[in-house]
Design a protein around this ligand. Sequence first.
Ligand code: NDP
Length: 294
Amino acid sequence: MATVIDGKAFAAGMRQRIRQAVAQLVAQHALKPGLAVILVGENPASQVYVRNKGKQTVEVGMASFQHTLPADTKEADLLAQVAQLNRDPAVHGILIQLPLPAQIEQAKVINAISVEKDVDGFHLQNVGKLCAGEPSLAPCTPTGCLLLLKQQLGDLAGKHAVVVGRSNIVGKPLSLLLLQENCTVTIAHSRTRDLAAVCRRADILVAAVGVAEMLKGDWIQPGAVVIDVGINRVQSEGGNARLVGDVDFAGAMKVAAAVTPVPGGVGPMTIACLLQNTLLAACRQHAVEIPQNL
Ligand code: NDP
């Protein structure tokens, strides 16, 4: 039986360390990191995410700023809001909750965020820095996956990592992070031939596909570590909705060395890494040493 990787507990530990680091920054440098989140429209899932982010930001002692704009907001008005936050010295991180309404060009708005405040790591300059191996703000979900892998395996050098999914927010940045850790990385996607055989060669198998329970137990090499990024809502037989990942969890548990559950695996890591990025951003903007305990 595989070990279940407890992302919820790991993320709680991270938030605790961040809280201590924030207290240290406030006491020694009068620096209170601040995170601003912009929500456009009333997408219920986005509202829940934004609420959780605000709550956890306050819990670690940071300042939380929330800006809710109507669904018919013009692109120019959103850009003006971003420009105002770029100038605001109390704001060290800016996050625009995605998706944005159709009238707004997502890339244009993301690239208008100051590179130093881009805590989601989606600005083209941060993408480029990650690709070039320079210090950057890396996207939160891939960073969370990497931290769980390092906790489980220690040094990742030489491991064969197969990442299924090549999106700009998960698959691609995670592949680059794994490459920086000296993994041999294979990126698979919807055009990959014989995906099951490719997956079976993985020491580290990451599923970021968005298809419920697609990766089966017999796609997994015995002893592999499996990271399931997927969040899919399915109807159970009783008619209730439940969340499942992109991996057949029961099948994976029989073969793998360790598996992240859904929920409670990668999910909780995303906000913890967002808070960590906000802390890093605040320290860099004020040329303050990053607290050791992180
Ligand atoms: P995208 O839809 O942007 O990308 C999905 C990727 O999977 C694409 O590269 C696509 O290939 C590939 N893919 C789709 N179907 C197949 C298939 N049948 N075989 C092989 N590859 C396939 O999704 P995201 O990366 O944004 O998200 C992936 C999952 O992770 C989703 O379930 C999402 O909800 C979840 N997620 C979870 C987060 C968290 O905090 N835990 C954060 C972000 C996402 P191609 O490029 O060829 O189309």
